[in-house]
Write a protein of this length. Structure first.
Length: 453
């Protein structure tokens, strides 16, 4: 027979041993595809994620590959040699881990509930407007409210610290002592300023309600607090149609205060009984001091705004739920910026954009509210910027800067008010300067990636 010998499938076993390079054709003919490439294509996903050839060897072993198949089909002496070949042929591909859940995703319903419980207590002043008379009663109410705001801000912060360090039972013990003490101190302040009378009695009820509301908000009982406000809400709604007589108005106000105090006492008792205190260091008292000072300064600024135009305080109160939602939204955006940024400068820019977006959204809501209410937008926008930026810094445990800035703004504005200067321009100047200082501090402090870890 002349001519070249044609090698057909299955004829390899009939060939004689030929020394030299042609001997390699016994296991894989030159015209056939490389079976190792086929194996790599079939197992590409598993091999690509391996970090060592031993992982590939374990994969091949679990795939049922035998030693005879390795030597005959793949022309490799053993399992580990084949695994090393596969590992070298397949490029590495390490999949990104699944995105972690966002811990700062806003709870829309909870923020809406908190917005309601921030706004509805203002109806008590509508319902009880005929129960006090003269500037002394009004002064007593304002002084009592300022004392309550300062105390309850500090108390709430301390309770949150104890929840984080020692558990809810420790926070319950703090609230069990601190809330009655704050209510008593605020009531005495109102009595000293206004003297005995209906104004002092209203201040006492106001103090008890604010203390109870702080307890319920700290312990996450917004729904219970909303239910306690039903009597005063119904009474204030009736004012629009039929003004209730003073005894009925007084009864509705007392019912609201009583329900709030009972709900707070029940929540504190459940917190104390929730279990033993966790092992942890009790936070030092001075840590809550700047939060109390900020509460006092915020109260002074709000009171001065109300003396100039009460409608601005109504708009500000109604916006508090959205303001809290935006605090969560900023933290969520900052966390996303932290994951997306590869340089510190890139994160600073993204964080600044998030701050501008959230603050701008809040000021836009305040601007719309001021137009609807027919009040001057400039003082309200300045006050809103001060309060929201200060709360944002406090959320990141930056307490002394917002306390100092708001205290300075409140002192300057109060001095201008009592000196008889034009309240409008003074308010705008003080609040604009304070807002600019707080925004600058927020950009500097929150533009660092370490502030968000």
């Amino acid at each position: 027979m002349s001519g070249p010998l044609r090698l057909l499938p299955g004829d390899g076993d009939a060939l004689p041993d030929i020394p030299g390079p042609r001997a390699r054709t016994r296991s894989r003919p030159s015209w056939a595809e490389d079976p190792i490439d086929e194996l790599a294509e079939r197992l590409v996903e598993q091999v690509a994620t391996a970090v060592h050839p031993y992982e590939v060897a374990a994969l091949l072993e679990s795939d049922g590959l035998t030693g005879e198949q390795i030597t005959k089909r793949y022309a490799r002496p053993d399992l580990f040699t084949l695994a090393e070949d596969l590992y070298a042929r397949v490029p590495r591909l390490y999949p990104e881990p699944p995105p972690a859940p966002d811990p700062w995703r806003p709870d829309h319903l909870r923020c809406a509930l908190r917005g309601l419980v921030f706004a509805l207590p203002g109806l008590a002043y509508v319902l009880g407007a005929g129960l006090w008379h003269g500037t002394a009663d009004v002064s007593g109410l304002i002084a009592s409210a300022l004392a309550a705001w300062a105390w309850n801000q500090a108390l709430s912060h301390r309770a949150y610290l104890r929840i984080a360090a020692e558990g809810k039972a420790a926070a319950g013990r703090t609230l069990r002592l601190g809330a009655p003490a704050g209510a008593l101190g605020a009531a005495v302040t109102g009595l000293v300023v206004s003297g005995p009378g209906t104004g002092a009695a209203f201040a006492a009820g106001q103090s008890c309600y604010l203390a109870a509301a702080s307890v319920l908000l700290v312990l996450g009982r917004e729904r219970a607090l909303l239910l306690t406000l039903l009597p005063v809400t119904a009474g204030a709604g009736a004012v629009l149609v039929w003004p209730p007589p003073p005894p009925l108005a007084l009864g509705l106000l007392l019912a609201t205060v009583t329900l709030a105090v009972l709900a707070a006492a029940h929540a504190v008792r459940n917190a104390v009984r929730s279990g033993p205190m966790a092992a942890g260091a009790t936070p030092a008292l001075p840590r809550s001091l700047p939060y109390g000072l900020f509460g006092l300064a915020a109260g002074v600024l709000a009171a001065l705004a109300g003396s100039h135009d009460p409608r601005s305080v109504v708009v500000l109160t109604l916006s508090m739920g959205f303001a809290e939602w935006l605090l969560y939204r900023y933290r969520s955006l900052a966390l996303a910026a932290l994951r997306a940024s590869t340089t510190s400068r890139g994160f600073t820019l993204r964080s600044g954009r998030a701050l501008a977006y959230c603050l701008g959204a809040y000021l836009a809501v305040l601007g719309i509210g001021s137009l609807v209410a027919g009040t001057g937008p400039a003082p309200l926008l300045g006050l809103g910027a001060v309060l929201w930026t200060a709360l944002l810094l406090q959320a990141f445990s930056q307490a002394w800067t917002p306390a100092a800035v708001t205290l300075a703004a409140a002192a300057l504005e109060a001095a201008a008010h009592f000196a008889g200067l034009s309240s409008g321009p003074a308010q705008v100047i003080c609040r604009t300067a304070a807002a600019a200082a707080l925004v600058a501090a927020a950009c500097r402090m929150l533009g660092r990636p370490t502030a968000h870890r």
